[in-house]
Design a protein around this ligand. Structure first.
Ligand code: ZN
Length: 131
């Protein structure tokens, strides 16, 4: 497993980490297998979505903000339930198939680290499995 540090600069933010995962696959010399990306946090997550138009990730963030406002009358004393909910929706891991040494992402797909309670210094674990 490799651990990466991601420093976020906003309260909510999606950061393309596809190049980091690709580099990890390259270093592994694994041709056929899977790459697992795991985020060990409760107010951050990871998802796969469009890498071409940056407006898409902005729209995802703004849609989540509207659906789960910061002052949503939640019970959690820490006051960041909006971030916990968004993190659970995006999920804490994603898996991508590796074939012929390449991540089998669609042309328009990128892997995004999702910050929902930043700015913070975060961790991402990447594990490449196969042969
Ligand atoms: Zn909390």
């Amino acid at each position: 497993m490799t651990e990466y540090t991601v420093r976020t600069s906003r309260s909510d933010q999606m950061i393309n980490i596809t190049h980091i995962v690709r580099e990890e696959v390259r270093k592994s010399n694994i041709n056929d297998g899977i790459a697992i990306v795991f985020v060990p946090h409760t107010t951050a997550g990871v998802t796969i979505n469009e890498n071409a138009d940056p407006d898409v990730v902005d729209d995802i963030l703004s849609g989540l903000r509207k659906a789960f406002p910061e002052n949503g009358g939640y019970k959690h004393i820490e006051g960041n339930s909006h971030a916990h909910i968004k993190a659970s929706l995006m999920g804490s891991s994603c898996t991508v198939i590796i074939e012929n040494g390449q991540l089998q992402l669609g042309t328009w797909q990128g892997i995004y680290f999702c910050e929902f309670d930043g700015p913070r210094t975060r961790r991402v674990y990447i594990k490449v499995i196969g042969n």
